[in-house]
Design a protein around this ligand. Structure first.
Ligand SMILES: Cc1cc2nc3c(=O)[nH]c(=O)nc-3n(C[C@H](O)[C@H](O)[C@H](O)COP(=O)(O)OP(=O)(O)OC[C@H]3O[C@@H](n4cnc5c(N)ncnc54)[C@H](O)[C@@H]3O)c2cc1C
Length: 412
């Protein structure tokens, strides 16, 4: 529930009520129903509007894996999210100007959908509303953290609420404040970062033909271009574009006239869905891989983008973070049942060990894929041709890849 100010001691303080921090707090409170935990979520931005406004042409989207759907289902949030989620029935992967294409189908994977595309606004509103109504969560926003320092019992925080400072103690701080974390800098936690010298151009587009629930991933000489299915709006067939471009193209495409940009886009995407008729507001993000050098300290754990920011090539960032959330909540719940402190280093170490292999696999896969599919030098083209061909000819390989992409790999 929304609170006016924080008070005293908490078991867990979550810094950042974005998609990851909010999911963690909701899942922790649900799993520990009946246990009197004090949980505070501090979020710098104002809460989302309580009603989801109409989806339109300015909305950004996230592809949720089937595994993430199952996580939201367990959290009791899927029933609210479902009406805003477009199922993906097929993923079609092609390589512009080169032989080789492959397809992953939901029938082959024996699932209802390979994943779901949800507009970020709907996801954010749904999670924010869950924070506002959860009886076991104190949700404070807009507020930030003026300072943080370790204590023998956990962490001491100064919460900044307008001009006032409120001291707070936490047995565990869950840092989920995104990729630019000044708090990490304050704590001296560094990141290993690799700039891809690429940008993601994000926009919603309208097509002549219906998408038939196909997600298109097309590899071009500058980088991958993905079009994800969205619901029709006012009889327009909509898709969500994630187009990897160079710095110069990012600059040019943002100011280019709509007819000229649509012409460029048609050259890259082809006419799979007929003419591209309209492109909405354009957003550009610089792409990098950034991994925290430390994810845990006594009384502290990093979650989401502050722990690992990935290239969006395979739509894995939030999906991986949700699996981290699930693992952390499970291990904290076991520790609380044994009356251990949630900030105990042995508890946090168990969490890290349980997620290490998953994190390493996803980080190296997205890094590999972004490099492989972002260049037109001869060798990588041969390699990706071979890769796509192997994919088509070897269904078990494709099935294994699809299970990872759906967040359903072994052990999860
Ligand atoms: C172009 C693009 C496309 C993507 N597509 C996909 C996809 O299809 N599928 C997928 O799984 N992932 C995707 N991702 C990744 C996904 O968006 C991220 O994994 C996700 O947004 C991370 O959420 P977060 O909560 O960690 O960080 P953020 O969303 O950055 O949230 C951090 C929150 O912390 C708050 N905050 C910051 N500082 C403070 C402070 N001092 N005090 C209090 N609050 C603070 C902020 O206001 C914010 O609300 C994509 C990313 C990009 C860039």
């Amino acid at each position: 529930m929304l609170v006016q100010k924080p008070a005293g001691k908490y078991d867990v303080v979550v810094i950042g009520g974005g998609m990851v921090g909010a999911s963690f707090a909701c899942e922790l409170v649900r799993t520990n129903e009946g246990r009197e935990l004090r949980i505070l979520v501090v979020e710098a931005n104002k809460p989302h509007a309580t009603a989801v406004s109409d989806p339109g042409f300015d909305a950004r989207t996230t592809a949720l894996s089937f595994g993430s759907r199952q996580i939201f289902e367990r959290m009791g949030l899927w029933s609210d999210l479902q009406e805003f989620a477009t199922p993906i029935a097929t993923i079609q992967i092609t390589d512009k100007g080169h032989f080789g294409s492959t397809q992953i189908d939901r029938e082959e994977q024996e699932v209802e959908a390979l994943g779901y595309v949800v507009e970020n606004q709907a996801l954010g509103t749904c999670l924010s509303r869950a924070l506002e109504i959860a009886a076991g969560i104190e949700f404070l926003c807009p507020a930030t953290i003026a300072s943080i320092s370790p204590t023998p019992a956990g962490m001491a925080l100064d919460v900044q609420l307008q001009e006032e400072i409120h001291p707070v103690a936490a047995r565990l701080v869950v840092l989920a404040d995104g990729g630019k974390s000044p708090i990490c800098r304050q704590l001296g936690i560094g990141h290993t970062t690799k700039q891809y010298e690429q940008y993601a151009l994000i926009a919603n587009i309208a097509f002549e033909k219906a998408h038939q629930h196909i997600a298109f991933e097309r590899f071009t000489d500058t980088g991958p271009l993905a079009v994800l299915p969205l619901p029709d709006l006012e009889r327009q067939h909509r898709g969500s574009l994630v187009w990897t471009v160079t710095a110069q193209q990012a600059q040019d495409y943002q100011s280019m006239s709509e007819p000229e940009l649509l012409k460029r886009l048609m050259e890259r995407f082809g006419n799979r869905l007929g003419q591209i008729q309209h492109i909405g507001a354009r957003f550009c993000y610089p792409l990098s891989l950034s991994v925290a050098n430390e994810q845990i300290r006594p009384g502290l754990v990093l979650l989401g983008n502050v722990a690992h920011t990935l290239h969006p090539v395979a739509g894995q960032g939030l999906n991986l973070a949700l699996r981290d959330v699930q693992a952390l909540v499970r291990i904290l719940t076991e520790a609380l049942a044994r009356e251990l402190s949630p900030g105990d280093m042995t508890v946090l170490q168990r969490y890290l060990e349980s997620q290490q292999a998953d994190q390493e696999r996803v980080i190296s896969f997205t890094d590999w894929a972004s490099r492989l599919f972002s260049t037109n030098r001869q060798m990588p083209i041969m390699a990706r041709k071979a890769g796509l061909l192997a994919f088509t000819l070897l269904p078990p390989l494709r099935r294994e890849f699809a299970r990872h992409a759906m967040g359903l790999a072994a052990g999860r």
